[in-house]
Write a protein that binds this ligand. Structure first.
Ligand code: ZN
Length: 370
């Protein structure tokens, strides 16, 4: 898998007997193909019922899935099709074509294309059967998470304590709040809202949105929607500060936007991400902790770029140690790395909150050592 030729063969479903022509102004022939698409499972072990696959694809329109994973259409084409930056490779000008009517995509840059299942395989870098599992989980939890995120978003401006907290953490622009879809969980009213919308209590429990005894899981927390999860930062000092719902924290935050830059700034927390984005650094991404999961690590390595690692300058040195360790691993993969030193005891968030500005931060980047 992975070579453009193999992908085209899959798309064409003809075993490669035709050579597809890629004309910049013509849509790829795969988008006109009504033939059944062969999947990687066909080559191997266990065959999957075609009807099951068709049902799954019908329930998850490609466009909905793409947009839930941060993809944005850049310009419309004829017949309802769209072009945008490719989420599968470091794309600089839109080369990713989506046909919502046929639920198919094709990238003129990396030559890959297919349906929503193929997209999940490539995007999450998993095998066919795992892609199906991810899609099924997403189908079950995504509408709920989106609804919960919408609810939390509506609550934010109704609670002064939430706005005051954001202000204190340096989050001051409405544009940023909208960009990150920041919300607030006051606690005690999400369950009622979601059940009223017809979601069942077992579904809420399974998604981790309510506890076993029926209370909202997130109480007095600032909420940041992630691709398949919700991160909650507690306002209360008596609760654990950081929480995720059950399941993976997902890939790097804001990666679709960051990845197209030749230099990427990696921070550990969403409040660090927020102040940097607000200060105009659009090449920032966040690993949600100092430990990168396998997918996040692969994302950093998926193209030529320099990575600036800025973890917290913890008094016990754990942030710096994690940064060193990650830098070493990235170098072994041929990725140029700079570790950025902040003044003692600072993280990027506190640096900006305490008066640091974009120009000063830029000089820290320039002073970073390889
Ligand atoms: Zn591509």
């Amino acid at each position: 898998m992975g070579t453009p030729a193999a992908a085209q063969r899959l798309l064409l479903g003809d075993g490669g007997s035709h050579r597809p022509t890629l004309l910049a102004n013509a849509h790829h022939r795969c988008l006109g193909s009504h033939r059944a698409l062969p999947y990687s499972a066909d080559r191997g072990k266990k065959s999957v019922n075609r009807q099951t696959l068709d049902d799954l694809k019908q329930q998850i329109p490609l466009m909905v899935y793409l947009q839930a994973h941060d993809w944005q259409p850049a310009r419309p084409l004829s017949r309802g099709r769209w072009m945008g930056l490719c989420p599968l490779h470091g794309d600089h000008k839109p080369s990713f074509l989506v046909d919502p009517n046929k639920d198919l995509f094709f990238c003129y840059g990396c030559g890959r294309g297919g349906d929503v299942i193929r997209f999940a395989e490539l995007y999450h870098q998993v095998k066919f059967s795992q892609a199906l599992t991810l899609l099924r989980q997403w189908r079950g939890a995504a509408p709920l998470l989106q609804e919960a995120a919408r609810f939390y978003g509506m609550q934010l401006h109704r609670h002064n304590e939430a706005i005051a907290y954001l202000y204190q953490r340096g989050i001051r622009s409405l544009e940023l709040i909208e960009h990150m879809r920041i919300g607030y969980a006051p606690g005690g009213c999400l369950r009622g809202w979601l059940t009223q919308l017809g979601h069942s209590w077992p579904a809420l429990r399974q998604a981790g949105l309510v506890t076993g005894v029926g209370y909202d899981a997130y109480v007095r927390r600032i909420v940041f929607p992630l691709e398949d999860n919700l991160y909650g930062r507690s306002l209360s000092t008596s609760a654990p500060p950081h929480r995720f719902l059950p399941g993976s924290k997902g890939g790097l935050y804001g990666w679709t936007q960051a990845r197209s830059h030749p230099e990427v700034i990696l921070v550990e927390g969403l409040f660090d991400y927020a102040v940097l984005w607000q200060a105009g650094f659009q090449n920032v991404t966040c690993s949600l902790g100092t430990h990168l999961n396998a997918r996040q690590f692969r994302q950093l390595c998926d193209g030529p770029r320099t990575v600036y690692v800025i973890f917290d300058a913890d008094p016990n040195g754990s942030g710096q140690q994690a940064a060193q360790c990650l830098s070493q691993r990235l170098r072994e993969r041929g990725i140029p790395v700079r570790t950025v030193s902040l003044p003692d005891g600072h993280d990027p968030n506190s640096f900006f909150v305490q008066g640091g500005d974009a120009r000063q931060f830029q000089s820290l980047l320039e002073a970073a050592h390889p």
